[in-house]
Ligand binder design. Sequence first.
Ligand code: NDP
Ligand code: GDR
Length: 321
Amino acid sequence: MKRTLITGITGQDGSYLAELLLDRGYKVYGLKRRTSTENYENIKHIRNDIEFISGDLADLSSLIQAVKLSKPDEVYNLGAQSFVADSWSQPLYTAEVTGLGALNMLEAVRQIKQDARFYQASSSEMFGKVIETPQTETTPFYPRSPYGVAKVYGHWITVNYRESFDIFACSGILFNHESPRRGIQFVTRKVTDAVARIKLGLQTELRLGNLDAKRDWGFAGDYVKAMWLMLQEEKPNDYVVATGKTHTVRELVEIAFTHVGLNWEDYVIQDPAFMRPAEVDLLLGDPQKAKKELGWEPKVSFEELIKMMVDHDMQKYGQNQ
Ligand code: NDP
Ligand code: GDR
């Protein structure tokens, strides 16, 4: 039986990845930080199948202990302060968890179990300011937020540990991916949640920031498969994981409202409070390398994704009525 250690197990990706690995017969260990109230919502259906280890990415000693206890064949480092907007109000914390956290996890692997395969959750936010499109594994990074800067550190320290210590370390440069388990602060879920509430008469308006930003949005359930595939390869490598299609926030809003028969312009208000100090205007990934080497392709289209999320939120609030 293969053994895995997942950081960020309570998050969107951690939950889908844990499902995938349990289905494949892995023994799954999840690093979980202490919280004052329980946050097992995303993994409540598989909670009893996971062995939780208490720890924090900012605390190397807890990660060393986690690797000792789990003796993993594969480590997936998904834990992070992952909300870009908050990285301006908490830049040092973001650097510590999202950037140095990757180093801490790598260091625990290096010290305790150097033959464990390692996945780092890198991000299209590292591309930031548009230098070229579509963005590939060789596009230069120009991050535009403290979060993006921290992820660039996480990416390069992963490459460096691979080259320095011969660790099987991969960096997946994943573009935005969403699902009904997406955190409520992120724009897709904020929109689909609000659409459901407006349709059911629980809310009257939706305040958003930049409607012109373009993102390459895919389905999280598809993307965790790419993470696993990377660690099954003969050699460690870095891969862009994306759909190869881009859409504006405006298009997202239009699809979501239209799906429940509403006109978005009657409800959406642009609010400067949700504009960012520096924006990433356009993300569009080229997933050719992942397709060719991993045989990976996204299955769910942008429109299907948004409708899936709206339907989920309609059901959630509908049941509570
Ligand atoms: P989420 O925000 O849903 O989950 C983040 C996870 O990290 C949660 O389990 C959270 O735990 C955990 N975490 C936060 N801080 C710490 C800490 N100090 N120590 C240990 N764990 C911590 O993110 P996603 O699932 O969406 O993303 C997974 C990873 O992929 C992240 O690293 C993200 O930056 C990256 N990424 C995401 C993309 C996306 O579009 N979703 C795209 C590219 C990269 P808790 O529940 O306690 O808060
Ligand atoms: P992002 O995702 O910053 O790309 O990071 P988010 O959904 O927060 O923003 C996407 C775009 O929408 C614009 N926007 C708004 N965003 C939010 N959250 N709220 C609003 O009201 C709003 N209005 C407009 C943003 O300005 C932005 O352009 C996500 C995270 O999952 C990261 O962890 C991950 O690394 C990247 O995706 C790839």
